[in-house]
Design a protein around this ligand. Structure first.
Ligand SMILES: *Cc1c(COP(=O)(O)O)cnc(C)c1O
Length: 391
């Protein structure tokens, strides 16, 4: 399978068949595994091979299929699946850091990622420097010999700033830091993060991998050494494992992800173009539009603007009125879903942030994040234009 293209890997990579030779992946809904002998049990606890399982918190055949499939897609040596995207972000960082370490991170992050960096890591004595991730000079100034890790969202939530994986990785590697990229908005379909220099890539599988709003999940991808020697010991003992049933849903999600995500990205571009310059909207932020400050970088890095755009209705009142006037687009907070979803970050996902932080991150009172789904884009545009006309 190794030399095959992404779409083929997404359907076949990692498949393990039972003695029944089933076509669709089996769900091994079991917490444990029986040993033939006491000696075998002992040997497995000393060293378990890739297909020798002990306990579902450590690994499970259905989960291993998902891990191998997403690793093949991402071009990573190995992967560890987690119960949620946040378990993956936390696992990747906490597994490698200790008190006294220094981390540099971009400031424009998903609220929970910011909580891990600013609250949890600092509480355990990790020094965290936050920078404007789009400004290479700030990365350069913050990095120093002994900086242990660098963390950023390759496309930030919700303001869709694109960060240069190749350049930041070069700067980070020059001081020996490990580069951890939260790649959710780039999606595994458009990602080439490892080839561009990322050491570790993290996804919330809740987003495009499931893509149908059914389950939480996450995955950490990296070198075999990092996944098995650093991540696995931490996660298998702290309980962030993905359930086998979830892994099966994610495997099914991967099979259709390419088609879904490309269609969604195409619709997002259509909608972004149509809404640009609308008299009732301020900014229309979409990396696929030529006026986006990192448009050229986005095209070089992923070749797509992705499946999310952000609009500014001006005030909180206008944003709420717009959300409440939508008929097809749902008010919710997932993204990458088959159903289009609108979110008001200032009062929901980023509510926790103090006003000055929101301002610094460009999370204005009128900002709406729009995740474009699989509906007919003409219906979505009619819904958005109709709602805009009524406010
Ligand atoms: C959703 C999201 C997460 C968290 O994932 P969960 O599956 O909700 O835990 C982390 N990072 C980014 C960029 C996200 O969009």
């Amino acid at each position: 399978m190794k030399d095959k293209r992404k779409r083929t890997l997404a359907v076949h990579a990692g498949t393990r068949r039972s003695q029944y030779n089933e076509v669709s992946e089996a769900i091994f809904l079991t917490q444990g595994f029986v040993y033939d002998t006491a000696e075998q049990a002992e040997a497995r606890f000393i060293k378990a091979g890739r297909d020798e399982f002990i306990y579902a918190r450590y690994g499970n055949p259905t989960v291993a299929m998902f891990e191998d499939r997403i690793a093949a897609l991402e071009g990573a040596e190995d992967a560890f699946a987690t119960a949620s995207g946040m378990a993956a972000v936390n696992g990747a960082l906490t597994a490698m850091l200790k008190a006294g370490d220094h981390v540099v991170s971009s400031r424009a992050l998903f609220g929970s990622c910011l909580y891990i960096l600013e609250d949890i890591l600092r509480r355990f004595g990790v020094e965290v420097t936050l920078v404007d991730g789009t400004d290479l000079a700030q990365w350069k100034a913050a990095l120093r010999p002994g900086t242990r890790a660098v963390f950023f969202e390759s496309v930030s939530n919700p303001t869709l700033e694109v960060i240069d994986i190749r350049s930041v990785s070069e700067l980070a590697h020059a001081v020996g830091a490990t580069v951890v990229v939260d790649n959710v908005f780039s999606t595994p379909v458009f990602s080439d993060a490892i080839a561009q220099g990322a050491d570790v890539v993290v996804y919330s599988a809740t987003k495009h991998i499931d893509g149908q709003g059914r389950a939480l999940g996450g995955v950490i991808l990296g070198s075999r050494e990092f996944i098995r020697k650093t991540v696995e010991p931490y996660l298998k003992h702290t309980g962030g494992a993905m359930s086998p049933f979830t892994a099966w849903m994610m495997l099914k999600g991967l099979e259709t992800m390419d088609l879904r995500v490309r269609a969604q990205a195409q619709s997002t571009l259509t909608i972004a173009r149509a809404l640009q310059g609308h008299p009732k909207l301020g900014r229309v932020i979409y990396p696929g539009l030529p006026d986006h400050p990192q448009h050229a970088l986005a095209m070089r890095q992923t070749g797509s603007g992705g499946t999310v755009l952000t609009i500014d209705a001006g005030t909180r009142e206008a944003a709420f009125a717009l959300l409440n006037a939508l008929e097809i687009v749902l008010i919710s907070n997932n993204l990458g879903d088959a159903k289009s979803i609108a979110t008001h970050p200032a009062t929901t996902t980023h509510q926790r942030l103090p006003a000055d932080q929101k301002e610094l991150l460009g999370i204005t009172p009128g900002l709406i994040r729009l995740s474009v789904g699989l509906e007919d884009p003409d219906d979505l545009l009619e819904d958005l234009n109709g709602a805009l006309a009524r406010i």
